[in-house]
Design a protein around this ligand. Structure first.
Ligand code: ADP
Length: 489
């Protein structure tokens, strides 16, 4: 036989599940699907059996003009066939109709064919279907109903009230003993079948339930294991990144120590030479020269102090030792403090123009010391990279955010290097050796601004008075409470 046809025949008589079996299905649903499969298989075999039964009995029934029986058997066959094919018809309807047909078929068989023929087949089918889908009690009830029906019909036949008209065998007239014996045999055989089917189903139910519980607890354990594995992995990644960071920091520290200590040499030599000269030739030196050496010493000390401050700031920012100490203050007070500090610092030799915009009564929440450090670094750079006659502008503007801008007319930053100036130890290609520095200032500015969740950008050229110039713009979210007062410039 062609392999494909054979395969189709096998699937027809041993159908697969009507629904796709899901792992989260309840045991009840699983069992129902299994039983539906058995039921469909039984219907398909039954419809095959019916074809042969019809072929052998129909000519007999037609010859005896038993049209009622012809119609019943044809309807019976059609129903079984339809139910065996259309599995989506509700299972309850299919079972109930099939059981009714089996019962009616059994009674008709008894009445028309007598006690010796197929009635046992119908009634056994009925009790098996009942136990399969409804339970043991329904199975036993079907047996009782079958025995009662048999007894009644057999008694009617033995009393001549019913005469089996379709049988081709000699009509048997059952005696009381016949009826009792047949009933006993039927009862024992069917009760055995019903109980066996029920026990089988019960066992199957238990096994499935046990299997499901095991599978569920396995799933749970797997999920727990997966979760703890994920946790471990997460911890390992965190540990690795902490270690990497630690290593990075230690390399950074070594680099800072090496570079800064190297940078110390020149100013220390300047201090040493100047103080030696002052000591040895104090009397012979002119007032002007003495002042010059003192200035060298002051400048070198200032430079060294700045260097040390920068190095310690980087260390604190990188090891998160730098704690923010935000305080509430009025924008006006903030501006005054900045202006006062500017006047007292060494920028005084430069022409620093201060612009203020915003309502002085608006309250802001700010860590003044950190902001001051940012402004200081930007102004020091502006001063370093400009000539003394250039103007430096410091703008403090408060709108939705606080904007701090430092603009100069100095040497500017080559466009290609605008992104690189924030790197540690980076110095622009247009910087000359007299413009001393180590490339720490802007790195610190970015670290501090990010600490305050703000942004900082560099713009160059920033054309002011026809020169190149640069501008550094810092924006911070600091506004606490806005006062409905007119803007004061
Ligand atoms: P340093 O000032 O010690 O060189 P910074 O980190 O402060 O280090 O600045 C890095 C580089 O950015 C500087 O070397 C310079 O090239 C450039 N730069 C910073 N500020 C200015 C400025 N106001 N004008 C021109 N270039 C600047």
């Amino acid at each position: 036989m062609n392999k494909q046809i054979r395969q189709r025949l096998i699937v027809y008589f041993r159908p697969t599940y009507a629904e796709t079996i899901q792992t989260d299905m309840s045991v009840q649903d699983l069992l129902l699907n299994g039983r539906e499969r058995i039921f469909t298989s039984v219907l398909r075999f039954t419809s095959l059996f019916i074809i042969f039964a019809l072929l052998s009995t129909l000519p007999n029934l037609i010859s005896k003009s038993l049209w009622g029986l012809v119609i019943f058997y044809t309807l019976f066959s059609a129903t079984v066939y339809i139910f065996s094919i259309f599995r989506h018809i509700h299972l309850f309807l299919r079972i109930l109709s099939f059981m009714t047909l089996l019962y009616v078929g059994g009674v008709i068989d008894l009445c028309y064919f007598g006690i010796g023929e197929d009635w046992r087949l119908y009634f056994t089918g009925l009790s098996v279907t009942a136990v399969l889908f409804i339970g043991w009690r329904a199975g036993m009830f079907s047996i009782g109903l079958s025995i009662l029906s048999y007894t009644v019909v057999a008694w009617l036949i033995s009393n001549g009230l019913i005469v089996p008209s379709a049988t081709m065998m000699a009509i048997q007239i059952p005696s009381i003993e016949n009826i009792i014996t047949t009933n006993l045999i039927f009862l024992i055989v069917n009760a055995g079948i019903v109980t066996a089917v029920d026990a089988l189903l019960h066992e199957y139910h238990l096994v499935s339930q046990k299997e499901r519980t095991t599978a569920q607890s396995l799933c749970l354990q797997t999920a727990e294991l997966e979760e703890s594995l994920n946790r471990e992995q997460h911890l390992a990644t965190e540990l690795k990144s902490a270690l990497d960071r630690e290593e990075e920091l230690s390399q950074l520290k070594s680099r800072i120590i090496a570079t800064v200590s190297h940078e110390f040499r020149t100013p220390l030599t300047v201090i040493k030479n100047a103080s030696d000269l002052l000591k040895r030739h104090h009397i012979s030196l002119s007032e002007e020269k003495r002042n010059k050496y003192h200035k060298w010493i002051d400048e070198s000390i200032f430079y060294l102090t700045e260097l040390l401050q920068d190095a310690s700031l980087i260390e604190s920012a990188n090891t998160q030792k730098l704690a923010m100490r935000k305080k509430v203050m009025l924008f006006g007070d903030f501006c005054h403090r900045v202006q006062n500090d500017l006047e007292s610092e060494s920028y005084s030799s430069f022409n620093i123009h201060c612009q203020i915009q915003g309502n002085p009564h608006t309250t802001i929440l700010i860590d003044y010391d950190i902001v001051r450090q940012v402004i200081n670094n930007l102004l020091t750079n502006a001063q370093k990279f400009s000539s003394s006659e250039d103007t430096i502008t410091l703008k403090l503007a408060l709108m939705d955010q606080l904007t701090i801008a430092v603009m100069d007319q100095g040497i500017g930053i080559p466009t290609a290097e605008l992104d690189r100036v924030w790197e540690l130890f980076y110095r622009g290609s247009n910087v000359v050796t007299t413009q001393r520095g180590l490339g720490l200032g802007l790195y610190i500015v970015r670290q501090l601004v990010e600490m305050m969740n703000g942004t900082v950008t560099a713009v160059s050229p920033y054309p002011t008075a026809g020169k190149k110039g640069s501008a550094f713009i810092v924006t911070l979210d600091v506004v606490q409470e806005r006062k409905a007062e007119p803007m004061v410039v």
